[in-house]
Design a protein. Structure first.
Length: 165
């Protein structure tokens, strides 16, 4: 099992999450992974893939469903540009996370019910993987995953229109 500091995501779970298994055997189902959860693919056997999560937990999944994260793009050494500045996207992600946290707190305190919580979070989508100075940021409004090396954002994957909710 990997220690948390060894974790290097190679994939994320699909947008609707995914089933896991204790072994490469469909008769031994385990828990379901959250949508867009970063994972590290560490082994493969046919269509099966063994993944490790950031907390060291490991399971087998249908490896064909994993969404790969590309290798880090090379840095450019260029200063921040208006369109390449990662801070506006980070601010939007922070607002979305804060909104989710407020709704979760309200639900835990009993000031809202589960239906109100679900209604409030229905259109909420965010994704971020931070690994030292590198970050992968999901902007579903633009339909893109971005890579950030600390100096700029670089598009590295787009979300197909059919995949967006």
């Amino acid at each position: 099992m990997n220690a948390p500091y060894d974790f290097r995501p190679t994939h994320v779970a699909p947008g609707d999450g995914m089933q896991t298994w204790a072994g490469p055997d469909p008769s031994s189902p385990s828990i379901r992974l959250d949508p867009l959860l970063p994972v590290q693919l560490v082994d493969a056997s046919g269509n099966w893939g063994r993944i490790v999560c950031s907390n060291g937990w490991s399971a087998w999944v249908d490896g064909r469903l994993l969404v790969p994260l590309p290798q880090r793009p090379p840095g450019t050494g260029q200063p921040l540009g208006t369109e390449e500045d990662p801070r506006p996207l980070l601010a939007a992600l922070e607002r979305s996370l804060a909104s989710y946290r407020r709704l979760l707190d309200d639900l835990a305190e009993g000031t809202i019910d589960l239906e109100t919580f679900r209604d409030g979070t229905r259109d909420l989508r965010l994704g971020a993987v931070v690994d030292g100075s590198s970050a992968w940021l999901l902007d579903l409004d633009q339909g893109r995953w971005y890579y950030c090396d600390g100096t700029r954002l670089q598009t590295y994957a787009t979300v197909e229109p059919g995949e967006r909710r």
